[in-house]
Write a protein that binds this ligand. Structure first.
Ligand code: ADP
Length: 255
């Protein structure tokens, strides 16, 4: 962002459902290389905020800026093409395709140039494109440690390896920003711990925006934590200071 140096910025971002305001004038700025977590009690507006950033929902007011460009009304796939790496739901892994084919499909989704209305992020000739997709596929398989499973059907992967593959699908798009919405939702404590460790291992050097309900989980991995409450930003600070903040504790207790 020419103004602030932020990779992602929201300005007065607001989403109303009827006369209920789920996201209320949210200003965020995520710096290059930063690991930012957005936390808050149930109903705080985290998922709605996330969906406005990815483009799944159109905000009622305000703007979303990615690498200095306004993307507020841009389609989700256009944002992905520009370098916003969204976490994919578990169903995005195609069980009937091999691990390699899954990664390749994801790498291809950002490398394709022909037939697009807007300019893709990277323009390739067909041969360049093929080679670059193959190269990126190999790199990602190495990064997620699944080289030895590359030719197995994705459906045969153990749960942990499937999680690895999901993160690989994000990495394959070579994102400048990785957006994760509650990657540990529905998991037990041990699996949760392992998943967060995996996110740290695989995505450590990426700019991250992690949406998470569990305050304890984000403490060790985040550079900065933003607390959302009733659609508004209650505080943005280091994890240590957020943990000590009384207004944050009150929000979590339903105050
Ligand atoms: P969080 O992710 O922090 O739990 P959400 O963003 O899911 O919060 O929801 C915030 C509030 O907005 C909740 O009160 C929820 O009921 C409401 N909400 C979310 N989506 C819709 C919708 N499509 N229509 C009406 N209300 C919604």
């Amino acid at each position: 962002d020419p103004e602030t140096g932020a990779v992602l910025r929201t300005e007065g971002l607001t989403k109303r459902f009827g006369d209920f305001t789920a996201v209320d004038s949210v200003d965020l700025a995520v710096a290059d290389g930063e690991f930012r977590s957005v936390i808050g009690p149930n109903g705080a507006g985290k998922t709605t905020l996330f969906n406005c950033i990815t483009g799944a929902l159109a905000p009622t007011e305000g703007g979303v800026y990615f690498r200095g460009e306004e993307v507020t009304r841009m389609a989700p796939h256009e944002r992905v093409r520009r370098g916003m790496g969204r976490s994919f739901q578990i169903s995005t892994v195609f069980g009937g395709l091999s691990v390699r084919e899954n990664v390749r499909l994801s790498a291809q989704s950002v490398a394709e140039g022909a037939g697009e209305i807007s300019l893709p992020r990277k323009l390739f000739s067909p041969t360049d494109r093929f080679e670059s997709v193959e190269r990126r596929t190999d790199e990602v398989l190495a990064e997620i440690g699944l080289e030895n499973r590359a030719d197995e059907y994705a459906r045969t992967l153990a749960h942990g390896d499937r999680r690895r593959l999901e993160l690989g699908l994000v990495l394959a798009t070579d994102p400048d920003l990785v957006l994760l919405d509650e990657p540990t939702a529905g998991m037990g404590s041990e699996e949760t711990r392992r998943t967060i460790a995996l996110v740290e291992e695989v995505l450590a050097d990426r700019t991250m925006l992690l949406i998470e309900h569990d305050i304890d989980l984000v403490m060790n991995v985040s550079d900065t934590v933003t607390v959302l409450n009733r659609g508004q930003v209650l505080a943005t600070d280091t994890p240590e200071r957020i943990a000590d903040d009384e207004s944050v504790q009150r929000a979590y207790l339903g105050g």
